[in-house]
Design a binder for this molecule. Sequence first.
Ligand SMILES: Cc1cc2nc3c(=O)[nH]c(=O)nc-3n(C[C@H](O)[C@H](O)[C@H](O)COP(=O)(O)O)c2cc1C
Length: 210
Amino acid sequence: MSHNGIDVAAPTVAVVYHSGFGHTASLAEAVAAGAGDAGADVTVMHVETMTDDDWNLLDHVDAMIFGSPTYMGNVSAGFQAFAEKTGRRCMEGTWRDKVAAGFTNSGGKSGDKLNTLSSLAVFAAQHHMHWVNLGLSTGWNSSFSSEDDLNRLGFFLGAGAQTNVDANPDQVHPADVSTCRHLGHRVALVTRQLNIGRTVSPAVSAPAAS
Ligand SMILES: Cc1cc2nc3c(=O)[nH]c(=O)nc-3n(C[C@H](O)[C@H](O)[C@H](O)COP(=O)(O)O)c2cc1C
């Protein structure tokens, strides 16, 4: 990939998620497809089956998109276990200045998903990552809109999806699939823009001296 004669590698994006029953896993695939559509080199990983190679890959990707089901109004214990395993990396700034974004899924239309997205954003901030929001207006909010709208549930911080608790993983709502696909696409484009900028102005790798 080149930009104004400068060679810029395809952005590398990891979709890092937990899913207890497969619904969030389906959405992770949609996020990955969106990032791939935008030319990213994408890897998808479930936090409970990560290998040493996966951890190494995370240390080298340009962007991570975190996904968790909403359990008890927050990220799942599975996702939080992953987050707590990153403590050393957090202390050492290993993921500093990478791009981050997030998505969640719950049984309730609201289900307290905002709290989960907030937790994901705080997790990224603790790593000094750059959080990318969803970049969509609220859907399904007028007499001429519908539940088939992008961002039908009206989140801004990230992608929020809703799946009936008795649905199969392949029955996630098509509008939520599209919304997650949009998020992946947006993150890949923002990452590419940042990568191009870093060819002329490198990322800040440490706090500025006072
Ligand atoms: C332990 C547990 C807690 C849950 N808590 C919430 C919740 O706080 N809000 C909600 O709307 N749904 C809640 N749910 C429903 C899940 O978010 C929903 O079934 C989701 O699709 C699960 O995603 P997964 O298949 O990726 O695990 C909960 C489910 C479980 C198992």
